[in-house]
Design a protein around this ligand. Sequence first.
Ligand code: GRE
Ligand code: ZN
Length: 320
Amino acid sequence: MKRIALEEHFVTEELYDRYSRGSKFVIDPSHVEYVLGHTLDIGEQRLRDMDENGITTQVLSLRQPGIQAEPDAATAVKAAQATNDYLAGRVAAHPGRFAGFAVLPLQDPAAAADELERAVRELGLRGAMINGHSCGRYLDHKDFWPVYERAQALGVPLYLHPVRPQQADELRIFEGHPELLGPSWGFAFEAGTHALRLLFSGVFDAFPRFNLILGHMGENIPYMAWRLNRSFKRASFGTTLRKEPLDYLRENFYITTSGHFSDPALLCAVETVGIDRVLFAVDYPFELNSEGVEFIDNAPISDEDRAKICHRNAEALLKL
Ligand code: GRE
Ligand code: ZN
């Protein structure tokens, strides 16, 4: 079976030194060098691993936090252009094996919209990945809406990837529990809340064909979706939406399997957004291709649904 994996990360030496090196309590110290070596390579080592484990295509994205953490807007714009050029070059070197999500310099929203258009039209990238807040600003802010308008016009999705909860070191709820800050819980706490800010901002009323992709089986949202929906109907505290929250999940969200290889979580995601909106991903090299593939190959779903998750939905969404 063809398998297209959607959340597969890379980095460059320069971007790693600038933005990722200081990141604490996210991966085990003994794993740092392994992950770095595997993110730097977009070539033979990665392709061998894909071949050995049955991954046809990786859709590549910059590892978090990347240029989202750049405080200077002009630097972010230049770094985004250079990164997208580099990525497009690696994709072109291995046609069919790699595709890419652009990085966007959201520090300058107008430049971010233009860079998305350049990345899609001129470089052939398939959308963009946003690594959480941009220097503390969340995506529901009206300044960012031109980016969603452009994404809708171009017909490409944006992928919201987790980062450590903002101001994690000051949050009393995590105090004394560094083991909770990263992928175990903090990532989903941050990314799930971030995605809901976007949903409740009405952005999908303004741009009904704009699609947001969430990894990690939906960052806890599917499990909470019914309660979220009912609670909003009971008490919206002045927030207004044209449709029910659940409707947006079914019409504007996609969910990937990245780094969450659990049958109950998969079934919950499929029930929540529908079988046409769940996509395969591994989260290489933070996770093993072998585990991601073994999980999806043995998941308790029909082979037709498996084919949708493994490649058909991605082919339709990303025009692969
Ligand atoms: C990721 O990019 O998905 C990731 C990290 C760090 C730890 C785990 C993880 O960046 O899944
Ligand atoms: Zn990831």
